[in-house]
Unconditional design. Structure first.
Lengths: 117, 114
């Protein structure tokens, strides 16, 4: 059981370039989320999805796009990278709370460290 | 809206000493609370979680946390710190919106001195 898989692990972009951060989960979770981690600011929610075809904005959505065409995948797109998007990005998945023990936490990937120069 | 405050940015503890990391939350009803640990260059590992029931929660690696509704706190404790506990610790809360919208504190970096 791989859990949540993020690719790539590291990436360097030039300002203005575009790229997609990949996230896949194999737990059949309905919910998926993207967070960014910056020093002194903890993790902040970028976008999230509660099911295939349904996405919504989090706290810091500007400069990022998402889509959810399948339950398993939730890619994060940077359309025109800026130095302010230098960060570590985490993808997470979870289930709706149904009262079962296994549906009581979010599972995180290992992160993607992105540097925009 | 939910929020989490971790008032200590850095804490230094001697190896073998006890540890307490503070976490205060803001949420109108009973929250779901979590503590995560992040070692340098690594992802997030769940230490423990609280939903309801017993207010003292046991986690992995010898950690425990106590939920105090009257103080809106969920402090993390360990009786004897090991050098391998040096890491960054995050408290997080989620309300009735579901686990797709965790709200994290800013983190506390734990340094362990010999």
């Amino acid at each position: 059981n791989a859990g949540v898989t993020q690719t790539p692990k590291f990436q360097v972009l030039k300002t203005g370039q575009s790229m997609t951060l990949q996230c896949a989960q194999d737990m059949n979770h309905e919910y998926m989320s993207w967070y960014r981690q910056d020093p002194g600011m903890g993790l902040r929610l970028i976008h999230y999805s509660v099911g295939a075809g349904i996405t919504d904005q989090g706290e810091v959505p500007n400069g990022y796009n998402v889509s959810r065409s399948t339950t398993e995948d939730f890619p994060l797109r940077l359309l025109s990278a800026a130095p302010s998007q230098t960060s570590v990005y985490f993808c997470a998945s979870s289930s709706p709370r149904t009262g079962t023990v296994r549906d009581t936490e979010a599972f995180f990937g290992q992160g993607t460290r992105l540097t925009v120069v | 809206a939910q929020s989490v405050t971790q008032p200590d940015i850095h804490i230094t503890v001697s190896e073998g000493a006890s540890l307490e990391l503070r976490c205060n939350y803001s949420y109108g009803a009973t929250p779901y609370l979590f503590w995560y640990v992040q070692s340098p260059g690594q992802g997030l590992q769940l230490l423990l979680k609280y939903f309801s029931g017993d207010t003292l929660v046991q986690g992995i690696k010898g950690f425990e946390a106590e939920f105090k509704r009257s103080q809106s706190s969920f402090n993390l404790r360990k009786p004897s710190v090991h050098w391998s506990d040096a890491a960054e610790y995050f408290c997080a809360v989620v309300g009735n919106t579901g686990f797709q919208k965790l709200v994290f504190g800013t983190g506390t970096r734990l340094l362990v001195s010999p």
